[in-house]
Every structure is written in C-alpha cells, then in structure tokens.
Design a protein around this ligand. Sequence first.
Ligand SMILES: CSC[C@H]1O[C@@H](n2cnc3c(O)ncnc32)[C@H](O)[C@@H]1O
Ligand SMILES: [Zn+2]
Length: 430
Amino acid sequence: MSTLLIADGQVLLPEMEVVEADVLVDADEGTILAVGSDLATADETLDASGGLVMPGLVNAHCHVAMTLLRGYADDKELDAWLQEDIWPAEAELTSEDVHVGAELGLLEMIKSGTTAFADMYFEVPEIVDAVDDAGLRARVGHGVVTVVKDDEGARADVDESLSVAREYDGAADGRIRTAYMPHSLTTVGEEYLRESVAEAREDGIPIHFHANETTDEVDPIVDERGERPLEYADELGLLTSSDFVAHGVHVDETEIDLLASRGTGVVHCPASNMKLASGMAPVQRLLDAGVTVGIGTDGAASNNDLDMFDELRDAAMLGKLAADDASAVSAETVVELATKGSADALGFESGVVEPGANADLAVLDLDAPHLTPPHDLVSHLAYAARGSDVRHTVCDGQVLMRDREVLTMDESAVLERARQYAADLAERAA
Ligand SMILES: CSC[C@H]1O[C@@H](n2cnc3c(O)ncnc32)[C@H](O)[C@@H]1O
Ligand SMILES: [Zn+2]
C-alpha cells in the first residue's frame, strides 16, 4: 500500500468543527485511512502547515467544455441566450473543441479546489478522456434535445445518451460514473422521455436534467398539462433517489414535498440563476423539507467561472434574500451543500474528511489578508475564501496540484490551446 500524509494543518471535520490534525490517505485505494495526530509515516507528504484541509468541492452541475464560450454572450435571459447565441455556436463545436474546452475547465477546477463534478454535454468520450488524464472524479452524460429534430434524429440522440451512460460507467479507474441526461422537460418530447426512462431504469442508470429553471419553462407545462413540471416528471419516472435535477428555482410546495419523498437531489446554481435572471431557488425551504441539495456552477458561459468558492458565497447571499431571513442558508449550510450535499446528490462517497471516504481533498492556504483574523474558518470558506487560496488538490488519493503547481496538466499549453480553439470557434459561429 502506498500512503500520503497531509501534515500539520487544521482539518474541517464533517460536523463543521475545525481541529489540528493530520490526514493519512491510502493512495492505492484512494480513500482516507485516518484523521488525527501521531499517524504512521507515509510514502509521500503534503505540507498543510498554515492551511485548512477540507473536502474537495463538488460541482454538481456543469457543462465543462463551455469554458470556450466564456464571455461569448452575456446579459441575456436563458431562452434568448441559448437560441440566439449559445446553440448556434455549439452547432459549430468539433470533438477537439470539446476536448480543449474540457481541459480548460478541469484546470480551473483543480486550481480552485474542486475534485468532483457532474457534466452534461456533447462529445462525452472527449470529456471522459480529459477527466481521466486530469485525475478528477465526474458523473458525465450526453445531453439529449429532441425538439428540433426529426424522429430519426431524436431517437439517435436518446440512444447516444443511453449508450454513453452504459459504456463509460466505471471508466478512469472508477472515477467516471455516468447518467442518462435529457436536457429538460420542454426540450425532450414526452414519447422519447417515456421510452428512454424505462430503458435507463432497466439498467439502473441515474438521470439528470434541468428542471424548473425559469417561469418560461414552467408556465407552458402548467398551461398544457394542468400540473406542475415535477409532477409530470414524477409520472414519467424521472424522480428517484439516484436522480438529481439542476436549478429547481420555480418549485411550489407540492414539488418540494415530491422531491423530498422521492429522495431526488436538487443542484442549486446561484450565479447562473442570477446572471440569466432566472430567479431565486427556495433553498432554505428545500432543506427544511429534507431535500438533498447540492451546488453547481452551471457552464462557464452563464457564470462566468468554475470557482465553487464564488458559488458558496452566492448561495448564502441569495438564500437569505429568497427567504427574506439573514439566518437562512448559513455559512455552515453552504459549506456542507458544496461538499457532502453535492456528493450525495451525485452518488459519490466524497465530501467529508473521515476514514473510509474518498480521499478527495483541498488544502486552503490561510495566510492571506482576506482570511485574517481566523475567528471562524467556516465563515471564511463561505464568505471570504477564493479558489486562488487553494494550495494543494488531491483526488482519489492522488496529488493533482502541489503548492499551486498542477501536476497532471501542462497549464500554459492548455491555456494556449483554449485561446486558439475559442477564437476559431467564434469565427466559425459568426
Ligand atoms: C444538450 S447538452 C447541455 C445543453 O445545455 C445548455 N445549457 C447551458 N446552460 C444551461 C442552462 O442554464 N439551462 C439550460 N440549458 C443550458 C448547453 O448550452 C447545452 O446546449
Ligand atoms: Zn445547465
């Protein structure tokens, strides 16, 4: 067994308590062996002195290759943004573009302490390949949109999503898991949803989709069906405890109870919801009802970065506004949502620093003006820390970034390729 010791730091425990301790990792199994003092010596050591060892952040909803479209189209609401700018640009995407964009996003994640994410996009084999090389953990899937396709095209899209989910589950030494990913209840036709959900269920494949993001999406469903979107989703068999939905902004009490009783996770994407003026998710009400809530960035074109520390702060701030209550969505809550909450929604044994859990960890450097004085480190994580404070990143027991040097990627080459491919893409899409 080869071991890794993360030594001499403070450690954030699952109960949100901070203690001085070392963390011993089984680097072969990729799990945490022990948290404490006087632990065994290890094959490799990471110096965490002056730092906080915390669970790696889990970005529970992303479109990682959309980094190539960062800053490409801003300041529009969702429908106009997708239809006028994003979908025409995505029609020009090549598999190489997706690879290059994914690498850029993965680099950004490693540098800002994210160790796992969920991703819905096209050209999934390219994303799998990039994740495998970068060393992160992900639940990936091919996003299905049938509304603009003929029957043959729609079925091919559905089949691709199901076959990708079957083929790549367990890839990258088990760090890749998959899901069937219909884009949303309005962009995938009912007959395709009915057939494909049954197939996914037969094979035990989880399902992830965008839900209740805007009133423009909710109102037509209510008008045409006389029921709420998540009631419709439930009838289709889309809400089980292995499934998770993105956004859940415009949900009523019936839908919140449905999510809680089915055990379906909701991924809150506060920055994207604010930027596209989609609305404010009722995060405190979801939590009070017992819904599993995670946090995600959404894509870098609607955020516009993949720094989960921004998301923690946004989630806390927006949660208070939505509840009209400054005690709602507290610092402890958002830290838990972006770690264990997201990991639970995605079905990963990550998000906590405790023996047996995946060794997916970030070490934050506390020696910075904006993190001084250290009255309350959980408060700092929620309200003051930035991705650039991360000093080391570890996933599955492997060191991906040591002393701010990313070991699994050539940073300058990734940036150079991304600049070139993004410029070419924008030119083709113009
Ligand atoms: C079919 S692959 C995923 C698809 O989703 C698009 N997308 C990005 N952000 C959002 C969002 O906030 N709501 C809905 N759809 C979104 C992305 O551009 C891809 O086309
Ligand atoms: Zn999305």
